[in-house]
Design a protein around this ligand. Structure first.
Ligand SMILES: [Zn+2]
Length: 186
């Protein structure tokens, strides 16, 4: 650390404080005794994102944030929900401890979370991320949202299935819907 006044390379720290994302130090030059401030940003290990075409780029919080803000524009979401979603995604990515993550993994993770948060935002995000080219693709995505939830996610459904199975009840839609839905099933 060189003194900005005389260029001397030794100084003493007279004060240091944590500023949230870094440390601010007040220093005094050992030669000219003038004081200056240094600011040390905490160096977080950078996370690389690998794109589908093989290119790599550093994970950009701002980019994730921008795509979420766009997808959630004018949606009636609770304050802070976009922040939380972005933070959750980043935390998971950092916690994997990996130096590289495929862009696809991030996209899928965001979509999964948006699906729970707001379905309109989900469709908007998916349309950009999955590059929907036509209205049919939108329809498929929307239809998938309208499908009944998988029984596995609801333990109570499993119980009622057992109960109903004991009775001579005509067959009903269970689990994955059949390719051709039964008439009047919706
Ligand atoms: Zn100096």
């Amino acid at each position: 650390m060189h003194c900005p006044h005389c260029g001397h390379d030794d100084s003493k720290v007279i004060d240091s404080r944590d500023s949230g994302d870094g440390i601010r130090r007040r220093r005094e030059c050992l030669k000219c005794e003038r004081r200056f401030t240094t600011y040390e940003r905490v160096q977080t290990r950078s996370l690389m994102v690998t794109k589908r075409d093989g290119r790599r780029e550093e994970f950009q919080r701002d980019k994730l944030w921008a795509s979420l803000t766009k997808a959630c524009a004018k949606r009636p979401l609770p304050t802070g929900s976009i922040e939380k979603l972005a933070q959750d995604v980043e935390t998971v990515l950092v916690e994997t401890g990996r130096a590289e993550v495929p862009a696809e993994t991030i996209g899928e993770m965001v979509m999964q979370k948006l699906k729970d948060l707001d379905r309109v935002a989900y469709i908007r995000y998916a349309s950009v991320y999955r590059d929907f080219k036509d209205i049919e693709t939108f329809k498929v995505a929307i239809d998938s949202l309208l499908e009944p939830p998988e029984p596995a996610s609801e333990p109570s459904t499993q119980l009622s299935f057992l109960e109903e199975a004991a009775l001579p009840v005509p067959r009903r839609r269970r689990g994955r819907p059949p390719k051709r839905p039964l008439a009047g099933s919706r």
